[in-house]
Design a binder for this molecule. Structure first.
Ligand SMILES: Cc1ncc(C[n+]2csc(CCOP(=O)(O)OP(=O)(O)O)c2C)c(N)n1
Ligand SMILES: [Mg+2]
Length: 477
């Protein structure tokens, strides 16, 4: 951190005016991303951020680390102490002008995008090249996720499962971010990111088992549908309580740092999640402890029926990164290539430089919040329709792979009918598997169940005996 200490001193010598005194010189980009303690960033990343859009990395990232007051030299025309103050965290320049920092920037933060609405790369767009194999796989998994959502949603409507929640409209965030990560990276999801699990190999049967809460569900039927989790796939179990995963993610990232692991943590949350105290505590903690964690905020415009205008007055989420000292980027969340590139770049910086990164992915929840919601009650149908058609992330990626000659109409219908068949089969199987026994409700928390739990189990069994018609017949007692 010699850079931070030397910069003001050197500037003092050559100051032309008092306001230039502490203006930080912009460090070379290579020093910015290739911090001395870290492994050198990949050439693709260097190329990406060293290109014409290099400013997207954010402004001069600095750690204001000095807490010791340094003596300022005296000048012939006055006392340097009138120009700047030593303050814990570094020198602060004085100004005779009383000016309040504006509550909003003059211009909203830009949104990084690679593909236009027609799936064609924008002129001069900088992005990490995606091979045919990865691109086709990304598309295949996006279609699988979309189909799974449609079929499970219908299954809920038919009364076969109790609840469901789709990721429709957010397939690119799910799949492209997953594709940019490595398997050792730990995932702490909210609930609208099953695509990450899908990418890691969670089978359609495993999804169905969880939604049906049968004996093969890893949660043993104790969670609502869609609360997936997999130890094997480094995917922490979904929690209904908004934002609780964010501090957990930071703690896990800090432990990876202590163990010097070549991996990071990724946590997903919605725009609504950022209104929870957990988000603020977690991001501040990550900044201060320099934890290798990527925060991916899916800003989809709504927290159930609450629009973002009732959620915050800042320019979205991305601007909060700088307030907390976290490098950040705003990305078009419906653009799979932009998501892929930004998450891969974020991962390299998070691990190589041991620092948190914040990504705000702009998207739209084109489905209802869940099967317990009817979103046409609080937002216009034509708004939903516009996002569903004109801005659909799945068809946008399809257009790109088609224009590369990597996809065809034939491949499309084969994929869709194949996935549909697999899903219907998975549902049929899951439905037939026995439910977990009642006794499972009381296990897995304590090694030896405490007396209150034993008592609750006894009361439950007695109640079932007395009112058997009130309890599902397919749950072994
Ligand atoms: C602590 C807490 N408060 C409220 C709720 C009720 N709730 C469930 S989902 C949700 C909206 C969250 O919105 P957002 O984070 O934007 O995610 P999205 O559903 O849009 O993906 C709310 C308020 C909850 N589950 N937990
Ligand atoms: Mg939301």
């Amino acid at each position: 951190m010699a850079l931070c200490r030397q910069r003001p001193r050197a500037a003092l010598k050559h100051a032309a005016s008092q306001f230039e005194l502490l203006k930080p010189s912009r460090p070379a980009l290579s020093s910015l991303i290739g911090a001395p303690r870290s492994a050198a960033p990949s050439s693709s990343l260097l190329k990406l951020i060293g290109g014409p859009r290099a400013d997207w990395v954010g402004r001069t990232p600095r750690r204001f680390e000095s807490t010791v007051a340094e003596k300022l030299p005296r000048f012939a025309n006055g006392v340097a102490g009138n120009l700047a103050m030593d303050f814990p965290g570094g020198k602060v320049a004085f100004t005779p002008k009383m000016s309040f920092i504006s509550e909003s920037p003059e211009e909203r933060a830009h949104c990084y995008r690679v593909l236009d609405e027609d799936g064609q790369p924008l002129a001069h767009s900088s992005f990490i090249q995606v091979s045919k194999e990865v691109a086709v796989r990304m598309y295949t998994e996006m279609v699988t996720l979309q189909t799974m959502d449609n079929i499970f949603y219908e299954a809920q409507r038919q009364g076969r499962i109790s609840f469901y929640l789709t990721s429709i409209g957010e397939e690119a965030i799910n799949i492209a971010s997953a594709a940019a990560l490595r398997f050792d990276d730990l995932v702490f999801p909210q609930y609208r990111e099953p695509g990450v699990l899908l990418w890691r190999g969670f089978t359609l049967q495993e999804f169905a088992n969880q939604c049906f809460g049968n004996r093969d569900d890893y949660g043993k039927g104790r969670q609502m549908p869609i609360h997936y989790g997999s130890n094997k796939l480094n995917y922490f179990t979904v929690s209904s309580t908004i934002a609780t995963q964010i501090p957990h993610a930071v703690g896990a990232a800090y432990s990876l740092k202590m163990d010097k692991k070549d991996a990071c943590v990724v946590t997903y949350f919605g725009d609504g999640g950022t209104s929870e105290g957990d988000f603020h505590a977690a991001i501040n903690f990550a900044a201060v402890r320099e934890a290798p964690v990527i925060f991916i905020c899916r800003n989809n415009g709504w927290a159930i029926s609450t629009p973002t205008s009732d959620q915050f007055r800042s320019d979205g989420i991305v601007v909060r990164g700088q307030a907390y000292g976290v490098r950040s980027i705003r990305v078009d969340g419906n653009d799979a290539l932009a998501m892929y590139s930004s998450v891969q770049a974020a991962r390299e910086m998070a691990i190589g430089e041991q620092r948190p990164i914040l990504i705000e992915a702009l998207t739209y929840r084109t489905g209802h919040h869940s099967t317990s919601d009817d979103s046409t009650k609080y937002r216009p149908a034509n708004e939903i329709e516009w996002w569903r058609t004109a801005r659909d992330p799945v068809s946008r990626l399809r257009k790109w792979i088609e224009s590369n000659g990597w996809w065809s109409e034939e491949a499309e219908s084969e994929l869709r009918s194949d996935v549909r068949k697999q899903l219907l089969h998975a549902i049929q199987v899951a439905e037939k598997v026995e439910k977990p026994p009642i006794s499972d409700l009381f296990t897995d928390v304590y090694d030896v169940p405490p007396s209150n739990l034993r008592e609750q189990e006894m009361v439950l069994r007695e109640t079932i005996k007395r009112y058997p018609q009130e309890y599902p017949g397919d749950v072994p007692v």
